[in-house]
Design a protein around this ligand. Structure first.
Ligand code: ZN
Length: 378
């Protein structure tokens, strides 16, 4: 009901949307000469970006970092705190960061051709891995992946598209997605939203203005919110209107809290049917059933889990308000169905979802688990 009211609102002023495919500049405190930006095209021609942190040493194992949907490589480079790239550099690794097509440094969530997670698994991740391999040769390559970056990686891995990784750290969700109940319910309402003129959910109230067709979504997100910031409300209290929670509020520094609209961009609604199908299957399933171009991907990644050929560390905050205990479930299911796989599970007490990377204490509470896993396998 609440969405119907949008029709009677005055027409919003035209939004300024980015149409260029150039990547928005990264925010970091590294020496500019150490940051090598590598534009490249995914397997289907979509323009993406890789970033390599140059340490001047040619023998370091490489670690590819995959952000979550609507986030970007920026989530691993927060200048305001000790971030994962800092920890990897100190640990003797060479970080590589991919901005896949769901990155808010790219325009595709707002404009451009619609995509599904099949495209990310088939085109973005394998192409990025082959670019890195061409540069690093025989050096080991690890992947640390967050949220949808990890979910789509599981599809690439079970399709056999990224064989021979030295190890994978998966945060939040991997092969067995399970969403918070309210999220599941609200996702079924997405169809209603799609019938209206809404095709993505913004996070920056300042950009869309006080009165727009999005006002009801922000109003919904503000209910029972303890923080007055509208962007925080739509992410922390509502996860783009789905009703889930993306982080434990007190884990973010004031600076990170003030940058949320820059760290997380608008969420496209047209991705929700694929997410809904995945959620109902409790497994990562392919969207394209009849299109032969996608036949390399398994119809169901969990059923193809025997193809995983690398150690996997499943990470999750104990208070993950989006994917709940999906990782613990994944560990149990794989232990029973694929006992030959090297899969471990580590739970971070008191942490939610995004704060495992954005949190001011993540270096102390989370990154040690990641570094220990990498160090044992380098
Ligand atoms: Zn807040």
């Amino acid at each position: 009901m609440i969405f119907k009211a949008t029709n009677s609102r005055p027409r919003p002023a035209l939004r300024r949307v980015r149409t260029t495919t150039a990547l928005r500049p990264l925010r970091h405190r590294l020496h500019p000469a150490a940051v090598e930006e590598i534009p490249f095209r995914a397997g289907d021609g979509v323009r993406l970006g890789l970033t390599r942190i140059d340490t001047g040493e040619q023998d370091r194992p490489a670690v590819l970092l995959l952000h979550g949907h609507t986030a970007s490589a920026d989530m691993f480079l927060l200048p305001e705190t000790r971030n994962l790239v800092d920890a990897l550099l100190d640990g003797g690794y060479e970080p590589w960061l991919l901005d896949w097509r769901g990155s808010c440094r790219l325009p595709y969530n707002e404009t451009g051709q619609k995509y599904t997670y099949d495209d990310v698994a088939l085109h973005d991740i394998p192409e990025a891995v082959s670019h890195i391999r061409a540069r690093i040769g025989d050096r080991p390559l690890f992947v640390v992946a967050h949220c949808i970056g990890s979910l789509t990686l599981s599809l690439s891995m079970t399709a056999g598209l990224v064989p021979g990784l030295a190890g994978v750290v998966s945060q939040g969700v991997f092969l067995t997605p399970k969403l918070a109940g309210r999220t599941s319910l609200r996702m079924s309402l997405a169809g209603e939203l799609l019938k209206s003129r809404i095709d993505h959910i913004p996070v920056d109230f300042r950009k869309v203005g006080l009165w727009s067709r999005y006002t009801p979504l922000f109003a919904l997100a503000s209910r029972r919110a303890s923080c007055p910031d509208p962007t925080c409300q739509i992410l922390h209290n509502s996860a783009w209107g789905t009703g889930a929670s993306l982080f434990v509020h007190e884990h973010l520094s004031e600076t990170t809290h003030g940058r949320l609209a820059e760290l997380l961009g608008p969420a496209p609604l047209w991705i929700l049917p694929h997410l809904r199908r995945i959620e109902l299957a409790r497994s990562v399933v392919r969207w394209h059933d009849t299109d032969l171009r996608y036949r390399t991907l398994p119809p169901n990644a969990l059923d193809a889990a025997a193809r995983i050929d690398t150690p996997v560390l499943l990470l999750s905050g104990s208070e993950n308000g989006l994917w709940l205990d999906s990782q613990k479930l994944c560990h149990q299911v794989l232990a029973r169905r694929q006992p030959q796989l090297d899969v471990t599970y580590a739970e971070i007490p008191g942490y939610g979802h995004l704060d495992t990377f954005l949190g001011r204490g993540a270096a102390l509470d989370v990154f040690g688990h990641i570094l220990d896993f990498l160090d044992e396998r380098r």
